[in-house]
Structure formats: C-alpha cells, structure tokens
Write a protein that binds this ligand. Sequence first.
Ligand code: NDP
Length: 286
Amino acid sequence: MSKHFLSKLTGSFATPALENPTGVMMEAAYRDLGLDWRYINCDIQPEDLKNAVLGAKAMNWRGFNCSIPHKVSVIDHLDELGESARIIGAVNTVVNRDGKLVGENTDGRGFVESVKSSLELTNKRVVLFGAGGAARAVAVELALAGVAHITIVNRNQERGEELSKLVADNTSAGAEYHAWTKQYQIPAETDLVINVTSIGLFPNVDAELDIDTESIKSSMVVADGIFNPPETRLIQTAKTKGCTTVNGLGMLVQQGAIAFEYWTGKTPSIEVMKAALSDALCVTDL
Ligand code: NDP
C-alpha cells in the first residue's frame, strides 16, 4: 500500500491572529471525514498580504480565510470573485479552483444559517446595527434570503447610507439608513435585531449599544455577530426581556462550514465543529 505524506493546506491570513479559533474547528472536521488536510493560522501584516497570497498559490494551498484587515484589500490579489463577494465588496474565503484564486464571502450566509432555526426570514423586518465588512455581508444575504425590510443603524452616516443603497439596488428588500445620533428606539414591528458592530467585543466586554432597552420586545429575535464573549451585554439584556437570542458562535461555525464545503466539496459535521469550538473556548452554549 502506498502512503502519502503531502497534506492539503488551508488557513487564515489576518492580524491579530492570536485569538482566532477557526483552525480548531476546521481540523476537527477534516479529521472527522478522514481528510489529510491542515488549517494554518497566520498573522499577516497588511504590507505582506500580496506575498502571502502568492506564497499560498505557489504552495498550492486549497484556499484560505481572510479576516481583519484584509477582507477588502485581498481582492487586488485574486483572479475572480463569486457573486455575493462582488456585491458585498469583501472576501472572507478564497478558493483555489484549478489554479485560479476565487474570492467568496461566507460571513453573511453563515449568519443566515445560524438564525434560521430561530426565525423564518421571509418578509421579516430587520434592524441591523453596523455598516462595516461583516454588516455588509449580513445585510446582503438577509436581503437575498427574503426579508422584507432592513433598517441600517450606524454611527458613520456615509457608510450607513452606502450600505442601505447597496441592499436596495441589488436585492428586492427595502432598506433605509437611520442616523445613530441618540438612544435608538427599536420600532415595535421589528422581527429581528442584529448587532454587527464591534461594540462589546473582547476586551471591551462592558460596552453597550446605545439603545432604549424599553423598546426591546419579547417578540423580537435578538442576535449578535460577536462570539467573544458569546454572551454580550446585548444578548444578556434581550434574555431578560424574554427574547429568543442567537449568539455569534453559530455564525462562526456556519461561515466556516460553508468555506469547508467550498474547499473540499464535502459537507462537514456541524456537531463536530461546535464540539471542537466549545472545547477550545470553554463555552457550553453553542
Ligand atoms: P469593521 O471594522 O468593518 O466594522 C465595525 C463596525 O462597528 C462599523 O459599523 C463601526 O461603525 C461600528 N463601531 C465600532 N465601534 C463603534 C462605536 N464605539 N460606536 C458605534 N459604532 C461602532 O468590522 P467587521 O464588520 O469586520 O466586524 C464587526 C463585528 O462582527 C466584529 O465584532 C466581529 O467580531 C464580528 N464578526 C463576527 C463573525 C462571526 O463569524 N461571528 C464574522 C465576522 C465578523 P462606523 O462605521 O461608524 O465606524
């Protein structure tokens, strides 16, 4: 029997990279399917991104994730873009297809997958906080998944208006920007509230969104993109109001599972990925 000692390589390019647990769940899923694949977590500075991408290509990496701050700048070094990455204008997953590097975006689809079991999205009304890279991905994919309307609430007006225009111009969902100048009142008819800002992200875990908490109703599903910590202040408040809540760990697992499928053509076990992640992060509510 001939043995092979050449693993297929995938990984992540980001900085900081120290606290990125993606490799743990990816390698658990590779092992589970008996795949001789590796996931290498790399700390890449902006000025080194081009060489990192060329290096991955030279070493025939099967693909890689990009995170802060490379999601937009990596596009200059790729051969093609998939449809949602093109609309979103950012890439979190690069796939090596027959030697061509193709940029995809799985963040938004990952979020949609993570929230689906808590809410049927068709015709729903959404309030989304944030207009950065992840918010763009989440807003576009929610719109493509059939929500009726998205209100974008963001500190920076230009970015917020640009995102609402992006959604309105490219999808059938309605979208509007709402200035975040004072405590935001969530409209009572809202079905889904999502934080896709970095407010509350480790280490600033006590930071809170400027929302009138009286306007959070128990009928609303409240989600947070932040996975570290899984239980943000927003999630804690929503729980006390009786809301169904969705933390950012589900999005992390689901966006990774979609990347896994792009790279390997196989469907990973979500349960194996969740178990590996909860072990690594010492959390139980995945
Ligand atoms: P960006 O830097 O692109 O965007 C940051 C967003 O947060 C902007 O909308 C920014 O507003 C807003 N923001 C930051 N600080 C403040 C503040 N003090 N007050 C008001 N608004 C603020 O980051 P990303 O879009 O890449 O990431 C956003 C979040 O999503 C992060 O917490 C990240 O961890 C999470 N994420 C989770 C993933 C998962 O798998 N669970 C995947 C990807 C991201 P402004 O435009 O006004 O600056």
